[in-house]
Design a protein around this ligand. Structure first.
Ligand SMILES: Nc1ncnc2c1ncn2[C@@H]1O[C@H](COP(=O)(O)OP(=O)(O)OP(=O)(O)O)[C@@H](O)[C@H]1O
Ligand SMILES: [Mg+2]
Length: 284
């Protein structure tokens, strides 16, 4: 679904990220979470609460990995560590072979709440990302419109965020994240606030975009159907403290569409993930 104009804007390692030099062959687009633990200060009194315990997760370049787990198991905390918004108490995270030490343009983040600039129209929100990655002013408008077309939002290009529905805002947020051309996309329940029909439309658009671009995606969700429909792998976490308990490969291949959820293969994968969510990891 990437248009010709976009495909000519291939990712250029020299303009990526956070000023960290990426050695060639260093694994652009890979993610390595190595034995990450995270403790927050306890809400009352002294002491700390362990939120993530020895979480390890490896994602190859171009993989689409979903993370599921009960509320409070640390999914958002893990994503914040990946985004560089929170520093792990222990362990290390590498993206593209470089240690994460803070936020960087190598990682695009899409949150559940629409984080658009309210004072900029849809197209100008997308142009902002292009400006950040150094695209010349004369090229920004046309390219931003192509990114909006990608998410079926070209017709609303000049609408201000306050006049967009939730689903439309999230489409613009996706276009803006894609326009930044990050190595990896980090998504925390991006469709969580949407009705079922809008949500399915956005899921399928995201799949089509990913299938043509193969950008690495880590996608957090509560919804097992969403995880199985989108993911090549579904990583299962448990709470108290947050740990990875299973890593289920979803053998549905490419070309997934709205009918995929009605297939036996889908039902088998869903049952495998649900089974993994029910069975607790053995106590250490
Ligand atoms: N900034 C913070 N300070 C202290 N505790 C926090 C902080 N952020 C999260 N927590 C706690 O860490 C635990 C994990 O929270 P987190 O938001 O990562 O879970 P989650 O899996 O994303 O949950 P949900 O599915 O409800 O979004 C929770 O017990 C939460 O109360
Ligand atoms: Mg969360």
């Amino acid at each position: 679904m990437w248009r010709s104009g976009l495909s000519s804007q291939k990712r250029d390692p020299a303009v990526l990220g956070d000023g960290v030099e990426h050695a060639s062959g260093s694994g652009l687009g890979t993610i390595a979470v190595e034995a990450v633990s995270l403790a927050y200060r306890a809400p009352r009194g002294s002491g700390q609460v362990l939120v993530l315990s020895e979480v390890s997760l490896y994602v190859s370049a171009g993989e689409f990995v979903c993370v599921v787990g009960p509320s409070g198991c640390g999914k958002t905390s893990l994503l914040h560590c990946l985004a560089g918004l929170v520093a792990p108490s222990r362990g290390i995270i590498r993206v593209g072979g470089s240690v994460v030490r803070g936020p960087g343009r190598d990682r695009g983040v899409v949150f559940q709440q629409y984080a658009l600039f309210p004072w900029l129209s849809a197209v100008r929100n997308v142009e902002f990302s292009l400006q950040m990655r150094g695209v010349a002013r004369s090229e920004r408008r046309a390219l931003a419109l192509e990114y909006l077309s990608l998410v079926n939002m070209a017709e609303a290009a000049h609408v201000m965020p306050k006049a967009l529905s939730g689903g439309m805002k999230q489409r613009v947020a996706l276009a803006r994240a894609y326009a930044a051309e990050p190595q990896v996309m980090l998504m925390d329940e991006p469709f969580g606030a949407l009705d079922a029909q809008t949500r399915r439309g956005l899921q399928l658009d995201l799949l089509r975009t990913w299938e043509s671009e193969r950008r690495t995606v880590v996608f957090i969700t509560h919804d097992v159907v969403e995880a199985v429909l989108l993911g090549g792998r579904v990583v299962v976490m448990k709470a108290g403290p947050g740990e990875v308990t299973a890593d289920v490969t979803i053998a549905l291949g490419s070309g997934r569409d709205a009918r995929t959820v009605d297939t036996d293969a889908f039902r088998r994968s869903k049952a495998a993930v649900e089974g993994a969510m029910e069975s607790r990891a053995p106590d250490k």
